[in-house]
Design a protein around this ligand. Sequence first.
Ligand SMILES: [Zn+2]
Ligand SMILES: [Zn+2]
Length: 372
Amino acid sequence: MKESLSTAMKRQFDHLHATPEVSWSEVETTNYLVQQLEAMGLQPKRFLNMTGLYVDIGKGTPRVGLRTDIDALWQEVDGEFQANHSCGHDGHMTMALGAAKILAERQSGAVRILFQPAEEKGNGALALLDAGVIDSLDYLFGVHVRSLVELPEGTHSPALHHGAARMIRGTITGVEAHGARPEEGINAIEAATALVDALKRIWIQPGKSGSIKMTQIQAGGTAVNIIPGTATFSLDCRAQQNDTMDKLMEGLDRAIKSVEELYTVKIDTHVGAAIVAAQVDQDAASLLKQAITEIVGEEHFGDEIVSPGGEDFHYYSFHKPSLKTTMLGLGCGVTPGLHHPQMTFNSSYLVEGAQILARAAELAVQEVEATQ
Ligand SMILES: [Zn+2]
Ligand SMILES: [Zn+2]
């Protein structure tokens, strides 16, 4: 007997949930996904030097894509460090497999499904961009499970407006000296406090949101009678929009130059990690809205969500501005919250998530064909 969509998805979710693997190590996950897709009669393609895969469904070169992430987090669960699917990527993969099954059975035009590694590291999307697998696409839909705070269970949103984030590390180099001879030294702690103060003078427009603050500082050794000559620090920078992040970076440049001049120190910085903000395409969002309404009805359609969190999905349209992207927010009662070691959600909503993604892809294929 042929396995139903919900039975297949439950089996796949149970397997993926029980076998989490961290970013860039999703080896068994990749093998399992390949095997599941091959069992559907599809020909998934692995990447040469990394985990993850993609699969093309239907004839011709796909111009519409769906993307899921596949990695888990490394964290302490019940006193033991382990890989853990606490961001719901097990559910995202299950929805992508479900959408593949629906699309393969319907034969409704070319769609590419991307199974992207290392979302949590923030560089998996960049690796797929490098691999060229986005080049032919005009539309790309992503998905993320959402908490009760953002969406009631069974209510789904056609866009997630994630913010931009940047983690910056820096070093201040002054001159070390004896505590009794401060005039011979340049105290790196004093320069660091001046930098903290200068950061407060970075203004952004009212109505826009963003922040830049020092979150770590180390200076001085065990001796209390030495003027410390070097300090290392970290800055956490957040902005809801990419142009606001640009303003914060311009402000940071000015703050650093002024402190360097005033204290005659050298300040070096480098960006440790960065995520760009969402640029939701309204054509893509309205196709997703239509798909949500068709599958679950207008009463289960949720507003677009503004989230301070980050997602590397937004690198796709950042580096390929012609690509129309949006992310489905699946209201499935995530609790206590994403990345919590005991995070759970109601996995029965994954089936309608798969149906919405498959339908959005079909609508986008029709849209692309109509404008050819
Ligand atoms: Zn996450
Ligand atoms: Zn996630």
